[in-house]
Ligand binder design. Structure first.
Ligand code: ADP
Length: 263
């Protein structure tokens, strides 16, 4: 609490009392901390690839360029790190665009169909899944009409399927299921991958939160995928949750209200 006080005096100079104003600044302080943590996180995330790029370019300048085989390898690393920087910045820009739009008039929602959108999200992940020999299965009615922002919702589902593939061993199936239940639309992405220990679940949707940083980086993750999913789903007036069992797999569930009641 922040307190400001003033004495109240009458016209004759006599003491009438005191006025004390108490401001609850807890929320403000928390917001400030979240903001400065975020800036620190972004800086750290950007610094890692920049340090690698600098290091390898310096090595090349200092003579590495004379060894064609090393040079090729180093340049490959530089390219991958540059792509990584690009992915982080793209994800950050997308998050801020959604935040901005949601904060103004809300993202535009239109009558659409979830079924083709899921098929398209699946196709986007097919290549990666094929490489890892992970079968993708879709259980969904022929048509599932809803009020949605198609491109954004497709991105949210793609992020979930992409993760399911990334964190699954070869051969483990990923199931995408959607249905209308009561007055909600449920979209589920279920995998039989490595799973997530319970203590991480509550923070999973925070920006840059990862269970295993090194693993996420190696798999090309930015740590922003689930934060983007959460923002998109909330902008639809819905919720996203996760249930997981280490060694058994994870299930991410998006729930969208039939009639969007948005924040
Ligand atoms: P990343 O780019 O690191 O995948 P995300 O925001 O998409 O970032 O996910 C955050 C973290 O949640 C990941 O680093 C990973 O540890 C964990 N995670 C997400 N999806 C899964 C999944 N299907 N199975 C296991 N762990 C997952």
């Amino acid at each position: 609490l922040q307190a400001h006080g003033t004495r109240l005096t009458g016209s004759g100079g006599q003491q009438l009392g005191a006025l004390i104003v108490l401001n609850d600044v807890t929320r403000l302080r928390r917001l400030e901390r979240v903001r400065s943590d975020f800036v620190a996180n972004v800086s750290h995330e950007l610094k890692t690839p920049i340090t690698a790029i600098k290091g390898f370019v310096e090595t090349l300048i200092d003579g590495g360029i004379e060894q064609p085989e090393d040079a090729r390898r180093f340049l490959g690393i530089v390219l991958r790190q540059a792509e990584r920087l690009n992915a982080i910045i793209e994800d950050l820009l997308q998050l801020s665009r959604i935040e901005q739009e949601a904060g103004l008039e809300g993202i535009p929602l239109e009558p659409g169909d979830i079924a083709p959108l899921l098929r398209s999200a699946l196709q986007a992940c097919c290549m990666q899944a094929g490489k890892e020999t992970i079968p993708l299965r879709l259980e969904c009615p022929e048509s599932l009409p809803a009020s949605i922002n198609g491109p954004l919702l497709e991105q949210a589902v793609t992020n979930l399927v992409d993760n399911a593939v990334k964190y699954s061993p070869a051969g483990a199936e990923v199931l995408i299921r959607a249905e209308r239940l009561d007055r909600e639309i449920i979209i589920e992405v279920r995998d039989q991958g490595c799973g997530i220990p319970a203590k991480h679940l509550s923070r999973l949707f925070e920006r840059f939160y990862r269970v295993d940083k090194a693993r996420s980086r190696k798999l090309g993750g930015t740590g922003l995928g689930l934060a983007i999913v959460k923002h998109i789903v909330q902008a639809h007036g819905g919720t996203v949750s996760v249930a997981s069992e280490p060694g058994q797999g994870s299930c991410f569930t998006i729930r969208l209200p039939d009639v969007p009641d948005r924040p």
